[in-house]
Design a protein around this ligand. Structure first.
Ligand code: ZN
Length: 109
């Protein structure tokens, strides 16, 4: 259970240590899943070299880089800050997309 008892839901505060642990956990899970994907896709690609597999491989690799950079930011303390406006990203968004670098307003789309 991760109910923050009594803590006000103030967007704009840095993550609590519980939240950081939760995010780190999520990122590690994603990292492991992506490494498995990459390994499987790489094996397939080496036996077939299909363009579709290459494209998927590139996509997974990009996500892995995103996840790793999120983990680095978590270590350096810059995690959770928007790359666009430098405001803190809402925890709900980080929880849903732990590797995201932009707040809701600055989402590139
Ligand atoms: Zn922003």
């Amino acid at each position: 259970m991760t109910t923050t008892s009594g803590a006000p839901a103030t967007a704009g505060l840095p993550l609590s240590s519980t939240q950081r642990l939760q995010i780190r956990d999520l990122l590690h899970q994603m990292w492991r899943a992506l490494v498995v994907d990459i390994t499987n896709l790489a094996v397939r690609f080496h036996s077939h070299e299909e363009p579709a597999v290459a494209a998927r491989l590139a996509g997974v690799r990009r996500r892995l880089v995103d996840v790793e950079s999120a983990l680095n930011r978590l270590d350096s303390g810059s995690y959770g800050r928007c790359d666009g406006c430098e405001r803190l990203i809402a925890f709900e968004l980080l929880e849903a997309v732990p590797e995201c670098r932009y707040c809701q307003r600055c989402q590139p789309r």
